[in-house]
Ligand binder design. Sequence first.
Ligand code: SF4
Length: 199
Amino acid sequence: MRVNETFLSLQGEGYFTGTPAFFLRLSGCNLKCLFCDTHHQSFTEMSEEEIVEEASRHKPRHIVITGGEPALQLTRSLVDKLHEAGFFIQVETNGTLPLPEGIDWVTCSPKAAPLQTSPQGGRLSSVDELKVIFMGDGTDPEAFVSPLLGGGLVRLFLQPLDTGDEERNRIILRDTIAYVMQHPKWSLSLQTHKLLGIK
Ligand code: SF4
């Protein structure tokens, strides 16, 4: 398996914000978002056994499998091995590819056309959390919400885009908060790991 990096940290975003977790970043992505700030191309080959062994060296039993796009590589056998080792498995996906069965928590962060989050194309069978990046450019977050996602039980998070420009970020954050206040089924998600200065 092509592993970009592993590290221990706090989950910085969304529903599990603040949760100690082992992060497994798999290499590669099928999208090329203009605002991508993740250096996910380089990799080290690791077997599934090596991944489980590395994750198990640490205390947290919450693993976040991210990317890049983890669906390009994630297998049912790794999911099973991690469960046998006692892990709760959270996967962060852009929603464009199918995932193996058995994942405990799917966080979908759609980056392109809203229809890509639809399970109708056989891509995702369930989503627990939808995290939409708010760019303050007139994007309608509602366009990303499919009634099929989790039968209406999906937690909805709106996260301001980090543009790398302080002044633009301040405006986007203001607009994100304003949107959430007007549409309270959405909650604000912040990249708290960046605010804390941790990975
Ligand atoms: S889906 Fe995520 S990892 Fe892939 S290019 Fe877009 S922002 Fe980067």
